[in-house]
Design a protein around this ligand. Structure first.
Ligand SMILES: *[C@@H]1O[C@H](CO)[C@@H](O)[C@H](O)[C@H]1NC(C)=O
Ligand SMILES: *[C@@H]1O[C@H](CO)[C@@H](O)[C@H](O)[C@H]1NC(C)=O
Length: 346
């Protein structure tokens, strides 16, 4: 999946959409960016005690506790100046599952917040989504007037209805308000435009919003480079391509949905093939604990099985043509912690 090539297509598409809308006034646009595009600030409370493995890197956390809010993701400057900080930042970004709350949360003592919700100013400046922002601004869109950004806490993920997912529920409420405000300010219906992982969140958002609300507030849903239904690429847990850590709740959401991929073999070994239906077994073979696998089955799978077009929302998916996309991973000896022996592209 070459997100840059796909993004170029969407830039052209959105450009023509915007030009077409220009005569009647621009429809407000709300942008949801890709997985790691949203920046996060963090603040440490006295409760913070780094895990033993991160303690030297965090300097016991003493200095960081005095900083107040600081940029946690992504803070290239800090990590370039002092690479020894990397284990500390990984610790601050870690999620833990709280069995009592039945939900993921930050490591105790770590508070996080997304930067500049409502605008695209909190997007990472080098992210491909900024090309979209530039293209929209070039045809007359103005930040805060008819162009809005919805960055999200990307480490967290939606849970099925009835299960706790505080961070994601908060995001849904904020996004609902943002769309309503965008509509009121412009007297029109907003267009939701998403890049990559943002499409997964917008999809859940639309599926769960009341039909009457959708009819009233959403003009169009443009999903770019999203690999709708999940991506085979994300089954490469052992290799560098799956960073950041797959223990992030959000990462599981993009594993191939059985509803979309069916029984096709996605991972091939000499002894056994794995389809999207076999992901629990595949996770086990990749060293995930029984608890993590059970959580995938209970928390993630029902969300990915709910994959379907949200009724009453005109929808456009933009994908590039001629960009090789992994369809099957071959690990002859089942050594999943190494690079695949072969990647079959489609
Ligand atoms: C990056 O993190 C360091 C702490 O490690 C902090 O001092 C600095 O202010 C952060 N940068 C920004 C832009 O917040
Ligand atoms: C696994 O799938 C491949 C590709 O479709 C097929 O050639 C092979 O026979 C299958 N192997 C097993 C063990 O089912």
């Amino acid at each position: 999946m070459d997100t840059h090539a796909q993004l170029l297509l969407v830039v052209i598409f959105v450009g023509s959409l915007a030009v077409a809308a220009a005569a009647a006034g621009l429809h407000p646009v709300v942008l949801l960016p890709a997985y790691t595009c949203s920046q996060l600030d963090a603040r440490l409370t006295d409760e913070f005690e780094p895990a033993a493995s991160a303690a030297p890197s965090c300097g016991g956390g003493v200095l960081l506790k005095k900083k107040g809010w600081f940029r946690l993701w992504n803070n290239h400057t800090a990590l370039l100046e002092d690479p020894a900080l990397v284990p500390c930042y990984a610790e601050l970004l870690r999620l833990v599952f709280d069995p009592v709350a039945g939900d993921y949360r930050n490591v105790p003592g770590v508070e996080t917040r997304v930067v500049s919700f409502g605008s695209t100013r909190g997007f990472a400046s080098n992210d491909p989504a900024m090309k979209l922002v530039e293209a929209l601004e070039a045809v007359g869109y103005k930040q805060g007037e008819n162009l809005f950004g919805a960055p999200y806490a990307f480490r967290y993920a939606p849970a099925p209805p009835g299960q706790a997912s505080r961070e994601f529920s908060r995001f849904l409420s904020r996004l609902t308000l943002l769309v309503e405000q965008a509509s009121e300010r412009n007297g029109g219906m907003p267009v939701l435009v998403t890049h990559s992982f943002g499409g997964f969140n917008a999809h859940v958002f639309l599926r769960r919003s009341p039909l009457a609300w959708r009819r009233r507030y959403i003009k169009h849903f443009v999903m770019a480079s999203a690999g709708a239904g999940g991506a085979v690429l994300l089954l490469r847990f052992g290799s560098s391509s799956s960073s950041p850590s797959p223990s992030f709740a959000g990462k599981f959401l993009v594993l191939p949905s059985p509803k979309v991929f069916g029984h096709a073999p996605l991972v091939v070994t000499r002894a056994k093939n794995y389809s999207a239906h076999d992901i629990p077994e595949y996770l086990k073979a990749n060293g995930f604990s029984g608890e993590e696998v059970a959580r995938y089955v209970a928390r993630v799978l029902p969300v990915t099985l709910d994959f379907a077009a949200p009724p009453a929302v005109p929808m456009t998916c933009v994908n590039a043509i001629g960009v090789p996309t992994p369809e099957m991973l071959v690990y002859w000896d089942g050594e999943f912690d190494e690079e695949p022996d072969e990647v079959v592209y489609g």
